[in-house]
Write a protein that binds this ligand. Structure first.
Ligand code: UD1
Length: 352
């Protein structure tokens, strides 16, 4: 059996790694890894491959940045000949980025089996480009691997037949469990004793100057009580420069490699973020998470985990932060099947 994996952006790499590893233990499986090049910076891409122990991509489509239409179209144009030449039996796509939907569209029209890892997640907010990518990819996929029960429920509500849905658990947590012991060896000596770890990159938060300014003002206030450590995403850095906002008082860092970032999350007093995956990682780690969004496609992190949605309500951010500083943070538990074996369950399902 020939399996072709498509990855493109930072959050894909930690999801693909456990599946590539699990399939590598099956004798009759040949694997091809295609990187679309959606993320091309060394610190958003290459370093993840080495830390996650992923093989070098067999093909890099080098699509780079562009508008959603341009980026999606470039992946489609450059990916189609690769699929025609390599003739995989199944193509695995991950998450909700533009590379995911582009590859799924190409394969479904070539009648090649598409399997979607991290299927069924819904924020019910169609202003998010990722939500469009999720809905369309799930509609096209032949096998849908979900991380939690809400994924199955969403898919069934959309009319996806139950026999296409496989609840396998959370592949990203597989990578976390494997590399947490390594992350705990990272020296933390350049860090403050107690700190809030911040990430910010959603277009809805960073592309609007007044919204970005008010979030950063709140972070400057947070910084008065608890030092803010902030690895800045390239999109966000561009906007901060473009809007001329001064945040030099914060502890700013370049985007971090996977292991260093995991170590920072594990040691943080609180994580403040608008990322999807970080809501899940903090839930697993039991670290309080305040999410700067009014919805989440990962509701289990709120119902079971440590996540609180503070949305645009920066007053709520402050009151939740006060609770955390008083030692009254929300306590959570780890959702079922977030156990380090999701990749193996996917490999098994692909085989049967
Ligand atoms: C993408 C994903 C998002 C994911 C995020 C993680 C989509 C629709 N969005 O958003 O779901 O959470 O990745 O990082 O696919 N840039 C660089 N270097 C790079 C890549 C990008 O400097 O290696 C800059 C580009 O100039 C670009 C901006 O960052 O304008 C945004 O990159 P893009 O890939 O368009 O989307 P992300 O915001 O990273």
């Amino acid at each position: 059996m020939h399996i072709l994996h498509v990855v493109g952006a930072r959050p894909n790499f930690m999801k693909a790694a456990p599946v590539v590893r699990a399939l590598g233990t099956w004798e009759n499986v040949r694997q091809t890894l295609v990187h679309t090049g959606q993320h091309y910076d060394k610190n958003l891409s290459d370093v993840f491959f080495s830390q996650l122990n992923m093989p070098e991509p067999d093909v890099n489509l080098e699509v780079g940045s562009g508008s959603h239409a341009v980026q999606t179209a470039e992946v489609m144009k450059r990916f189609e000949p690769v699929v025609l030449e390599r003739k995989p039996d199944a193509v695995l796509v991950y998450g909700d980025v533009n590379s995911t939907i582009a590859a799924a569209l190409v394969c479904s029209k070539l009648l090649i089996r598409v399997a979607h890892v991290e299927a069924g997640l819904r924020s019910f907010d169609r202003t998010m480009p990722e939500e469009i990518n999720r809905i369309v990819t799930d509609r096209l996929a032949d096998m849908l691997f979900t991380p939690s029960e809400d994924g199955d429920i969403n898919l069934q509500r959309e009319g996806i037949p139950a026999d296409k849905i496989y609840r396998v658990g959370n592949v990203m947590i597989d990578s976390l469990i494997r590399l947490l012991p390594v992350a705990m060896q990272c020296p933390g000596n350049s860090l403050p004793e107690r700190y809030a770890l911040v990430t910010l990159h959603r277009p809805s938060n960073v592309d609007d100057s007044s919204r970005l300014q008010s979030i950063l003002n709140s972070l400057l206030e947070v910084n008065e009580q608890l030092e803010v450590v902030f690895p800045v995403h390239p999109r966000t850095r561009q906007r901060i420069e473009q809007f001329g906002i001064d945040i030099e008082k914060l502890h700013l860092l370049a985007p971090l490699p996977y292991i260093e970032f995991l170590s920072l999350q594990r040691r943080a007093a609180v994580v403040i973020t608008d990322s999807g995956g970080i809501q899940e990682e903090t839930t697993y780690l039991g670290v309080p998470c305040l999410t700067l969004r009014s919805n989440t496609e990962r509701p289990v992190t709120v119902s079971m985990g440590t996540n609180v949605l503070v949305g645009q309500d920066l007053g709520l951010l402050n009151s939740e932060l006060a609770r955390i500083l008083e030692g009254k943070a929300k306590r959570g538990s780890i959702p079922p099947l977030w156990d380090g074996h999701a990749g193996e369950r996917i490999a098994e399902a692909l085989h049967t």
